[in-house]
Design a protein. Structure first.
Length: 544
């Protein structure tokens, strides 16, 4: 219900702002055209019902925004969400003076305001106020466009209409500001540019006008208090009342603390772990969907918003939206979509639909893990492996890969799920470099814990594979199968024989555009293939 009210109130405000900007654009023709158009575009907002609707929409939208800011358990947000929050908090400060000087002044002080009057006031008498109104237009329009973007990006038609909508979103404010500038020059070209102001003031109730002006700073003070209040209340709540007792367990073995009352998505973001959420956590896009592996029976039943979204994607049992579930006990989850998933992925049922596509597969394995188990206690081995998987998963995330699965002392990652195949191949090479750098860093950090430095082998191969959500109904993961996946695993095993940290196939090198002139070329037969696989053993990363 809150999300619906927010969308409705925001739409009303955006409609008003659109009318206002269109009205300003007619300044490119003349001041008379602006006044004439004003009766068509703006008169409905000046009626009692229109003004009441507009005021109710503003206070509803602003109040919901403040309440949502307080209720958030983490302020870790995407750049779009940060932009929306900042512009939303700034905008009220910028429009107070304009509202008092126009609409309120008309009603209470008896001012008869034409566009010539307003433009002259902003250009001649108070040019600083004129600059602030230009900034207000940009800030308000940006806030509205970001809100619409979040709302529409989950729809099927938005991707097709995005370019013309972006064009309109840029052209309209440009025309509006151009009209305002043109009107300003028209006023300055008059013989008496202040004449409109003088006539209006002669008919105004000056005492009432002064009283209206005196309201400016108290109102700004109230807005400042309201803007700060959610953040101050958050600090008090988080430090005094909140207690973290619940842990969120993810596939790489990490255990993430969940602040009391937080959603799983908020906990993941607070821990700095990327997780898809195209709609910003509003329960509309379903890209944050997860498989609940542990503790599903302790979660509250889906509310109507989440239930509708899950029904739309024909979710299997155990699938929930990370932005809607609030763990009350330890919870084990597995993401069904990669962090870079887009709105199109969110519309697919389950996880990713099975499809054949060109991707890059990366296998990495620890050398000497058996010896590590012989020389260290089980607890120590698990500690070291968890540190290793944590570092490797960060390297994958940072380079745009997808953590697909692990097998004891190694893991598999996929690149190119959400990018062009060639870009995925290049990212995979960067991912391998990042992994090797993190292994070196891990060896330095665990120097006193390790009986010997960790060594790894990485195999990279590019080719066609079947990609999709796989596994038992209650534990599906996004992974890939096929001959080319087996080749990547075979190349990883060859790193032992060639004593090289990285082996990549000729197909991968070609797709990534690598210069292989300094690398030694070799071939290996692979079971089930008539032709051998050509590869390069990389002992020195500088050769790449």
């Amino acid at each position: 219900m809150t999300n619906r009210l927010r969308a409705i109130s925001g739409s009303i405000l955006f409609a008003f702002l659109t009318c206002h900007l269109l009205n300003h654009a007619f300044g490119l023709q003349s001041l008379d055209a602006m006044d004439a158009t004003h009766t068509v575009l703006m008169e409905i907002w000046r009626t009692m019902p229109g003004s009441a609707l507009l005021g109710a929409a503003f206070f509803t939208h602003y109040g919901i925004a403040l309440a949502k800011t307080y209720r958030r358990r983490s302020l870790a947000m995407s750049r779009w969400e940060i932009l929306q929050l900042v512009t939303g908090l700034i905008f009220p400060f910028l429009i107070v003076e304009h509202i008092l000087g126009t609409r309120v002044a008309e009603e209470l002080a008896g001012l008869k305001l034409s566009y010539a009057f307003v433009v002259a006031a902003l250009w001649v008498v108070q040019p600083i106020s004129g600059i602030l109104q230009v900034v207000a237009v940009i800030v308000g329009w940006t806030h509205g466009c970001v809100g619409l973007h979040f709302w529409l990006r989950t729809t099927t038609w938005y991707e097709r209409a995005r370019r013309p909508l972006i064009f309109a979103a840029i052209v309209l404010p440009v025309l509006s500001l151009s009209g305002f500038v043109s009107a300003g020059f028209q006023v300055l070209s008059m013989d008496e540019p202040l004449n409109a102001i003088r006539i209006a003031l002669e008919n105004a109730h000056l005492d009432m006008a002064a009283s209206i002006t005196a309201l400016l700073f108290p109102i700004l003070g109230v807005i400042a208090v309201l803007s700060i209040l959610p953040f101050a209340a958050r600090i008090i709540r988080d430090r005094v009342f909140s207690r973290t007792k619940v842990l969120l367990k993810v596939p790489d073995g990490a255990e993430i603390p969940v602040p009391e009352g937080a959603t799983a998505l908020e906990a993941l973001r607070a821990a700095g772990r990327p997780h898809a959420a195209v709609c910003g956590g509003r329960g509309r896009c379903t890209t944050c969907r997860v498989r609940v592996l542990i503790g599903a029976d302790l979660l509250a039943e889906p509310e109507p918003l989440e239930a509708t979204a899950l029904k739309r994607i024909k979710a299997l049992e155990g699938v929930r939206l990370a932005c809607q579930i609030r763990p009350r006990a330890d919870l084990g989850i597995s993401p069904l979509l990669p962090p870079t998933a887009d709105a199109r992925d969110g519309r697919r049922p389950g996880g990713l639909e099975g499809e054949e596509r060109n991707i890059t597969c990366l296998f990495i394995d620890i050398r000497g893990s058996t010896r590590l188990g012989e020389e260290k206690l089980p607890f120590d081995v698990l500690f070291i492996l968890n540190q290793f998987f944590s570092e490797m998963s960060r390297a994958i995330e940072e380079t745009g890969g997808h953590y697909a699965q692990f097998n004891g002392d190694g893991l598999m990652a996929l690149y190119g799920l959400d990018s062009a195949p060639e870009a995925g191949a290049r990212a995979a090479v960067e991912g391998a470099k990042a992994m090797l750098a993190r292994v070196e860093r891990l060896n330095r950090g665990l120097d006193t814990e390790l009986p010997f430095p960790l060594r790894v082998g990485i195999g990279l191969h590019f080719g066609e594979a079947i990609v999709g959500a796989m596994g038992p109904p209650k534990a599906q993961i996004t992974s890939a199968i096929g001959d080319n996946i087996n080749i990547a695993a075979r190349l990883e095993s060859l790193t032992k024989e060639y004593d090289a940290p990285l082996i990549l196939s000729h197909e991968l090198a070609a797709a990534a555009g690598l210069d292989t002139g300094a690398l030694t070329r070799a071939e290996v037969p692979v079971r089930g293939r008539a032709a051998p696989v050509t590869f390069y053993a990389v002992k020195d990363l500088a050769a790449l």
